[in-house]
Design a binder for this molecule. Structure first.
Ligand code: ZN
Ligand code: ZN
Ligand code: FE
Length: 757
């Protein structure tokens, strides 16, 4: 029975309340080894022992905590065992990082929830109730120190009752900066689409609920900006929302009144339950229960999972308890923009999208989206790190110079390295829109300002056209260009508390390579201060370049032109040619043969698209990654076989998938079911990872990049690698996608600085 090691970082009212002795008692009673320590960032715990007992330990930490303790953030990650002897309380250690810690926005605590549903309480049904243990933080913060005059609550003068609570050390609201009550605090209003006030206070909440019941689209000003809400059971309403928001097929998240109702639609394990009910209150991806028909089909078409979350503020609680059923809750924006945060601006930006606006007068300082998390291989994994998590730091081993990583282009985040911490901004989105760019510029200025750190160095992607790259170049500060996949690998190592050397498998859609071509199927040997591209997928041309991202059939065309041109053109009535008109075939063929407007790429993401097209699952996609999701969901789990492939040549080795795709083409034409093709394709990719790992000979293998959002791929790779004696690691606290790039950039830049003479 092998031991595991968990690291838990707890923040909130966990110091000076008997927390360390409690942890010590709990750990020793459960015969776990490790240590607990107080730091400037909260309480750190490391425990080692059998896996099930560690899971139980983490759950009991939250449930059996000392009465005066309150946990506002609990982040668990799993590390390689360290072989601790016993359990000890360690002396507090400084991290050398800025000592002020900005807490994220914290979901309503059980005490405040009781207050708002207690008719005798003076905050009965008050939507802006909070206390020292819960409420908005990062979303209202303008400057440090975190005092009321430095927050957007500044405009509300405390009434005498609130003032008394605020000054009373024995009160739960002692020094609660956003403290408020119906007499002195913010208020809710319901506006019609023209901005006319239709109702105020509790009536606004009731009327907003009535509108949702009637199938209307409600724009709700939440913690970090607007969300769009509709009745999740009402197919017509969901469709209307999709149409208006120009969001055709991307799955929509659901907001439930309580966990019990989530269980009716989804399978909720103990770890998932903890995530749902955690102070971070993220959207949690869950398996749907078969045979439940309550949720409208358009919520997540063709998707065996649902994203569910629980209310994160009293306003959400009041609305949802009144409704008693789940609602769709999606970002209040047009596709891929940051959330709209200003009510007046929302009337314009969400004009024609929302019918009603449930707003309030507590200004939001920066847009913060809902976070997305799931349980993968028995661990939490964040897919979008925002509300509830941002801007908490990732701890690192080395002492970092002040460096700002400006991230990539899609799913952008920025990161500030200082001391032994890397502070990560909230998810900012795709920088192509002016709104996202504005949020990016704000975040890049915010983080250094809030932490009082002057970055002497900016780290950016190698892609010259990313707006983040241009921002860095125009900053006037020294800059370092960091290769995209190297950043992925370093981020994944740091996420797991690991250091090079390691083999990094970085698979994604696109990333600028060292040779100026588009990489995306990379195997990088990461060393202390550098990396080597030890292997990559065989390159192929994408006819039409970027256009291929939304057209899996073009990826199939390009990949098969590389793999089996004879077979490809032999039968125009068979896939993939049957998905094109004759004239298109001629054009694309010319592009591929001449290489004009057909860039070469080693992208694993595009290979997934090609496979999904071949399997007959999707020819045109609504969003990047959709075809890969189809392929994952189609898998026939019984199938163990794989397609042939080869790894060869001189370093860097080329992983030749051409035999696999040629065989898959035969299968498709022979009419084998998509589920079989999908399973074989995934098995093949896992076999490729194992083959390269064997050649590279590094025990430690990290799996990173957007492709590893694919649950099946990650599970298969981890299992194969473990069976063969490797030590695989995957993302936990930071997402596998480009949301992690800024973190990796900071680490790479710090290393180059150290390596420089
Ligand atoms: Zn509270
Ligand atoms: Zn008051
Ligand atoms: Fe990437």
């Amino acid at each position: 029975m092998t031991d595991h090691r968990a690291r838990v970082i707890l923040r909130g009212a966990v110091q000076g309340v008997g927390f360390r002795p409690f942890v010590h008692r709990l750990a020793t009673s459960m015969e776990l080894r490790g240590w607990v320590s107080n730091g400037p960032h909260g309480v750190s715990v490391e425990v080692e022992g059998p896996r099930e007992r560690l899971d139980e330990f983490v759950l009991r930490l939250g449930k059996e905590k000392p009465p005066r303790a309150s946990i506002q953030s609990l982040e668990t990650s799993w590390l390689e065992p360290a072989g601790y002897g016993g359990f000890e309380i360690r002396a507090s250690g400084g991290t050398g990082a800025p000592s002020a810690l900005i807490l994220p926005d914290i979901a309503t605590c059980p005490d405040c929830l009781r207050d708002i549903f207690d008719p005798s309480n003076r905050r009965h049904r008050y939507p802006f109730t909070n206390c020292t243990n819960c409420g908005p933080r990062f979303s209202i913060l303008e400057a440090l120190p975190y005092d009321r005059p430095n927050t957007s609550m500044r405009r509300f003068a405390m009434c005498s009752d609130c003032e008394r609570e605020y000054r009373n050390p024995r009160d739960r609201r002692f020094h609660a900066q956003p403290i408020a009550c119906p007499r002195c605090g913010p208020h809710a209003e319901l506006w019609d689409a023209a901005g006319a006030v239709a109702a105020t206070g509790d009536e606004a909440v009731a009327a907003a609920g009535a509108a949702v019941r009637e199938g209307r689209v409600l724009a709700l000003l939440g913690i970090g900006g607007f969300q769009l809400l509709v009745d999740a059971r009402d197919e017509e309403a969901v469709r209307a929302l999709r149409r208006r928001k120009h969001r055709e097929q991307k799955p929509l998240a659901l907001l439930y009144p309580d966990t019990g109702l989530v269980r009716r639609d989804c399978v909720v394990g103990p770890l998932e339950e903890r995530l749902l009910e955690s102070p971070e209150a993220p959207i949690v991806l869950l398996e749907r229960r078969p045979g439940t028909g309550a949720i409208a089909p358009s919520v997540a078409p063709g998707n065996p999972r649902l994203g569910a979350m629980l209310p994160c503020s009293p306003l959400h609680h009041l609305l949802l308890r009144g409704l008693g059923f789940p609602v769709v809750a999606t970002s209040g924006n047009l596709s891929d923009e940051p959330l709209c945060t200003d009510p007046r601006e929302a009337l314009n930006r969400l004009c024609g999208v929302a019918d009603w606006f449930l707003v309030h007068d507590r200004p939001i300082v920066r847009p913060i989206d809902d976070s997305v998390a799931r349980v993968l291989l028995g661990r939490e994994q964040l897919l979008r790190r925002a509300r509830g998590y941002a801007p908490l730091p990732v701890p690192v081993r080395d002492f970092l110079p002040p460096v700002l990583g400006v991230g990539a282009h899609f799913k952008n985040t920025v990161a500030l390295g200082a001391g032994r911490s890397v502070f990560l901004s909230q998810h900012l989105g795709d920088l192509s829109t002016p709104a996202a760019h504005a949020a990016f510029v704000q975040a890049a200025a915010d983080l250094p300002r809030l932490y009082g750190v002057e970055p002497g160095l900016l780290a950016h992607d190698m892609h010259p056209d990313y707006l983040s790259t241009r921002f860095a170049e125009e900053s006037g500060l020294p800059v370092v260009a960091v290769q995209h996949h190297h950043a992925h690998v370093l981020a994944c190592l740091a996420d797991n508390g690991l250091e090079p050397p390691a083999l990094g498998v970085a698979w994604d859609g696109t990333g600028m390579g060292l040779d100026g071509t588009i990489w995306g199927g990379e195997f990088l040997a990461a060393d202390e201060d550098s990396f080597t591209r030890v292997a990559h997928l065989h390159p192929f041309r994408l006819p039409g370049g970027e256009a291929a991202i939304r057209q899996p059939r073009r990826c199939a065309f390009g990949a098969l032109h590389e793999a089996a041109p004879g077979k490809l053109f032999a039968d125009p009535a068979a896939p993939p040619l049957c998905h094109f008109r004759a004239a298109e075939i001629r054009t694309l063929r010319r592009m591929l043969e001449t290489g004009t407007n057909a860039p070469r790429t080693t992208s694993a993401g595009r290979l997934f698209d090609a496979a999904a097209s071949l399997a007959g699952l999707r020819q045109v996609a609504d969003f990047e990654g959709q075809a890969a999701m189809d392929l994952e969901f189609a898998i026939d789990a019984e199938i163990a076989g794989a397609y042939p492939f080869a790894v060869g040549g001189r370093a860097p080795w080329v992983v030749d998938w051409r035999p696999a795709l040629a065989a898959m083409l035969d299968d498709a034409r022979a009419g084998r079911p998509a589920g079989v093709l999908a399973a074989m394709f995934h098995n093949t990719l896992a076999a490729m990872v194992l083959a390269v790992a064997r050649l590279a000979g590094r025990r430690r293998v990290v799996l990173t990049g957007g492709c590893f959002q694919n649950r099946r791929l990650t599970e298969l790779c981890v299992r194969r690698l473990e069976e063969a004696g490797f030590h695989p690691a995957w993302h936990q606290r930071v997402p596998p996608n480009d949301g992690a790039i800024a973190l990796g950039q900071v680490l790479a830049a710090a290393r180059t600085r150290r390596a420089a003479p």
